[in-house]
Design a protein. Sequence first.
Length: 219
Amino acid sequence: MTEKRGALPTDVTHWEGPPLEAWRAWTPHEIATLLRGVDVAWCVVGGWAIDLFLGAVTRAHGDLEVAIPRTAFRRVREHLARFDFYVVGDGETRLLAAGAEPPADKHQNWVVDPVENVWRVDVMLEPGDASTWVYRRDPSIRAPRAQMTATRDGMPYLKPEGTLLFKAKWSDLEKNEADLRACLPRLDAEARRWLCDALARDRPGHAWIERLSSSRTVK
């Protein structure tokens, strides 16, 4: 359950918190301000990460997603103590009790602003650490965090090769196709090569592999 706008997903079995349409996401600048001072390797992921790479807002965003190492969750939650955290997955959203850790088989945590009663950000838990980025769906795909992340105006983000690797699972969604089209002319040869290799391992025969291999960087 990752789509956050529109009708309630048909696979929902338990729902706690504001309704799905109550997403009023923070911007990357706002989450960077809120997380200032917390010693955690975090980064913006998803569609906003693509726009941070491009340096412009290329489409509307219904949510904001950030990723942190699972081991850093407690520090982030303590830093955002005035907000409520809900564990999301398998058709459920459940309020996470104070001091509790998310279940090991769940990685999404939607954060509620209790004053406005709206969803603000999706905090995703990843298996890496401060020095190593690890692909959650296949931990054998990994790289130095410094290679996989960059920063724009104080806002850390996952580079497009990592972001598009996640998006390839849902490549039929127009927003993910739009993100690929926007990135292709800007991806350098090293990034395209890394993404092709990762896709070949994670999703052999994926249609994006040929497109990445045949594209050229626009200087």
